[in-house]
Design a protein around this ligand. Sequence first.
Ligand SMILES: Nc1ncnc2c1ncn2[C@@H]1O[C@H](COP(=O)(O)OP(=O)(O)OP(=O)(O)O)[C@@H](O)[C@H]1O
Ligand SMILES: [Mg+2]
Length: 372
Amino acid sequence: MGIRRTESGPAGGVGGGGGGPGADDMEQLTVAVRVRPLAPAERARGRVAEASDDKMVTLQENDGDKNDVLRQKRRHEKHFVYDLAFGEDSSQKQLYEKTTKPLIGDVLQGFNATVFAYGPTGAGKTYTMVGTVEQPGIMVRAMNDLFKYMAEKKDELEFKMSLSYLEIYNENIRDLLKPSSGTLELREDAKKGTIEVAGLSEVSTMNTKEVMKLLTKGNKERTMESTAANSTSSRSHALLMVTVRQQSRVRDIHESVKVGRLYMIDLAGSERAKRTKNQGKRLQEGAHINRSLLALGNCINALAVKGAKYVNYRDSKLTRLLKDALSGNCRTVMIAHISPAMAQREETFNTLVYADRAKNITNKVGAGLGYR
Ligand SMILES: Nc1ncnc2c1ncn2[C@@H]1O[C@H](COP(=O)(O)OP(=O)(O)OP(=O)(O)O)[C@@H](O)[C@H]1O
Ligand SMILES: [Mg+2]
């Protein structure tokens, strides 16, 4: 059971227990894979990866040359099984409903939850998390559901929701809603055991239209550039934090304020430097990106191992910020993204293996084989 964060309400009480992440059949760490559609320019060489059965991803081992009959005969396939697998024709709605919607209840119970998009450049992370006006992604849909719940319960409960949006670029934190603040620092409160971004703006909002406007504005501020693999490549990790504080309208001495937070993260591409022909600035950037991603991977592995005593959050800004979220008291969903195209086969394979490793460890815990 997780630890619920509470704040003393006006009556000074402390909140009651009950429930907790994992109360239903979702695991603490859920690993999902989404295959993006093949782009028109990629069609000639065919696809090498496909999702099926809602759980399986199949990767072709050969180069997919359809004219080479002998090679076709010798064709081998690799199969990977995850908690969830989404094919090329999966909708934004399906993605949201299967990965993130189940976390909304946790947040409303006063728990933290995290969903992040992982994968190489051009594989569809920003599409999943942010999306477009016509096809909004997880960030907007999650906010939408929170608003809906708040409207339904407004007679019983008093809500306050706030939103912060930041990017981590080369291990520097910038406020995407208030870029004029420059580089922000992390501040630890040793007493409370919390960490926060000093000076980060928190915007209170109560409607979806406003959220979309804020996200669009924030995304324009994101560090973006073309790489060889994606012309609108996000070079930074973007983190949207939604905090919901709620309090009963019926005042009594046991009253408390429940505080739940949902972290939604669009990570920068996980590709290796050589792939994007990176040089100079790009190469250094790649090193920083990988440092955060490596640290994140290590934390997730430790998180998935029950009883792990030591998790090193200190290795990167990303993991320091996510300490609360990754500390094992909240559910985390990782959505790994892959391209089905021949040209990205190596990155696709690496991503499938990364996701598989996270999944294996979760299974071990589930089977009672936890180790230290
Ligand atoms: N599921 C999808 N359906 C339709 N188009 C998609 C899908 N996924 C990605 N795309 C398109 O593919 C392109 C690359 O996607 P996106 O920018 O989301 O990649 P990314 O993983 O965020 O890459 P980077 O790490 O470089 O930021 C975009 O033009 C996007 O609209
Ligand atoms: Mg992106």
